[in-house]
Design a protein around this ligand. Structure first.
Ligand SMILES: Cc1cc2nc3c(=O)[nH]c(=O)nc-3n(C[C@H](O)[C@H](O)[C@H](O)COP(=O)(O)OP(=O)(O)OC[C@H]3O[C@@H](n4cnc5c(N)ncnc54)[C@H](O)[C@@H]3O)c2cc1C
Length: 423
């Protein structure tokens, strides 16, 4: 978020209406700010594309709080300061011989902000990033600290992790970790979309993490395979595969963009955190000329969704920079779009023209919501809030959880009010 002028999100499409932005340097200072505020919201790095982080009261960023990385003696979890970016967690974790199971396309986002919106990477066996959360420390409306742990309050934690910022300011998070591993990234170009349709299982089963990029009009796509070196390998490197050609140079997800800021490809093995994201941690994007939307559907709906999107290709292509297909494993987090179902995710990076884009998003949602699509909480949608929450079995439970943690609505904002009206 810029430090001068009216604060905006990363994309610049949202100007926050907050009266004040606080950047406390200690936990005690943060607790005082929260306890004295009528309305307050935590802000991560502002990478969401809607008003989820906004408030007309006080915004509080945790970016000046001390970093914290405490690995449990048995090596199964790490406890971190929740306002840290994934990049600031991943490198030190790797240096100590540990890893997270997955990462999103960029490591610049905060762990708290990413988990609050159910941010995900890709992989048939990979759940959204919030599924790694084994514990939360939350500053509540009176400045008090509440702890939720998987081993003592599993169901409540499942409700709180994808919390949309509504339960309080998350200051500490305990995450599952595993021994460090290496990943090699390979790209194949010119995959016929017909093959995406009829070889979906083979393509998304070909590596630990798989993304297919397309514009839904040209008739082909680009496949990125992120292969763990300790698991069965990719298709024969350097050979044609399913009608696609092995890339002989680095690629950017957006065809017109130079690959300078992308993670290493061409099969060079490297640490997990330098391959799982598409973008390098040492590239710091200050703002982005783009909008994003994303829908997650049950995997069984993939073929119908492909047909719908190819049918809309002529409307999508003029306003899309690139679309990405990923898979996400089912989880038990009440507000995760992958709750209870293995999912296929359709992401869209659009041109920064809201008026032109939102009509196409609406047309797409009219076709995909009946197939069970749930929009990403941090991106654009044209769907009515009640239609979105109706697709979540535990939505009413989440409304009750909000009321229990925040009876006076200190952490409520218009976004939450529209989706989970009080009372
Ligand atoms: C270039 C780009 C790439 C992206 N790639 C992916 C991707 O690969 N996969 C994917 O799923 N999404 C992706 N996203 C979306 C992004 O991951 C989400 O919008 C995420 O929420 C951003 O994290 P943030 O730190 O910027 O949070 P913000 O946008 O600042 O906040 C999001 C929400 O989290 C809450 N929050 C933040 N910090 C706290 C806290 N400490 N305590 C309580 N609540 C808090 C806020 O109140 C708000 O409700 C991408 C976005 C961009 C711009």
């Amino acid at each position: 978020m810029p430090t001068t002028g009216a604060p905006t999100n990363w994309a610049g499409n949202i100007t926050f209406t907050a009266a004040r932005l606080h950047r406390p340097e200690t936990l005690a200072e943060l607790r005082r700010i929260v306890a004295s505020a009528d309305r307050v919201r935590a802000l991560g790095t502002g990478h969401s594309f809607n008003r989820i982080a906004d408030t007309d009261g006080d915004l509080v960023s945790l970016d000046r709080l001390p970093h914290r990385i405490e690995i449990a003696p048995d090596g199964s979890t790490v406890t971190i300061a929740a306002g840290m970016r994934y990049a600031h967690v991943a490198a030190p974790l790797h240096a100590k011989g540990y890893a997270l199971a997955n990462l999103a396309s960029l490591p610049h986002i905060t762990v708290a902000g990413a988990c609050a919106t159910a941010t995900h990477g890709s992989g048939n066996t990979q759940r959204c990033l919030a599924a790694a959360v084994a514990g939360l420390e939350i500053v509540g409306p009176g400045g008090e600290i509440t702890e939720l742990r998987r081993d003592t309050a599993a169901d409540r934690l499942n409700g709180a992790v994808v919390g949309l910022g509504g339960l309080g300011v998350v200051t500490g998070m305990t995450l599952d970790i595993e021994p460090a591993y290496e990943v090699a990234q390979w790209v194949w170009t010119g995959l016929p979309l017909d093959r995406l349709d009829d070889s979906f299982e083979e393509i998304f089963g070909a590596a630990y993490s798989v993304s297919v990029f397309t514009d839904w009009q040209a008739g082909d796509g680009v496949v990125w395979l992120k292969c763990r070196t300790d698991r069965p390998g990719p298709p024969e490197p350097g050979q044609p595969w399913l009608g696609a050609r092995p890339a002989d140079r680095h690629h950017h997800p957006v065809p017109a963009m130079p690959p300078l800021h992308c993670t290493e490809q061409l099969g060079a093995p490297g640490p997990w955190h330098e391959r799982l994201p598409h973008f390098r941690p040492d590239f710091t994007p200050s703002n982005g000329d783009e909008l994003q939307s994303e829908l997650l559907l049950p995997r069984e709906a993939a073929r119908d969704a492909f047909a719908a999107l190819r049918g809309l290709g002529d409307r999508i292509a003029p306003v899309v920079q690139v679309s990405e297909v990923r898979t996400v494993a089912a989880d038990e987090l009440w507000l995760s779009p992958a709750y209870g179902r293995d999912s296929v995710a359709f992401h869209f990076t659009w041109v920064p023209d809201h008026e032109a884009v939102i009509g196409v998003v609406a047309a797409m949602e009219e076709l995909l919501l009946p197939l069970g699509a749930r929009p990403h909480w941090g991106k654009l949608t044209a769907a009515a809030p009640e239609r979105i929450t109706a697709s979540y079995e535990r939505a009413a439970d989440f409304g009750r959880l909000l009321a229990e943690h925040d009876p006076k609505g200190t952490f409520r904002n218009r976004y939450l009010e529209r989706h989970f009206p009080a009372g």
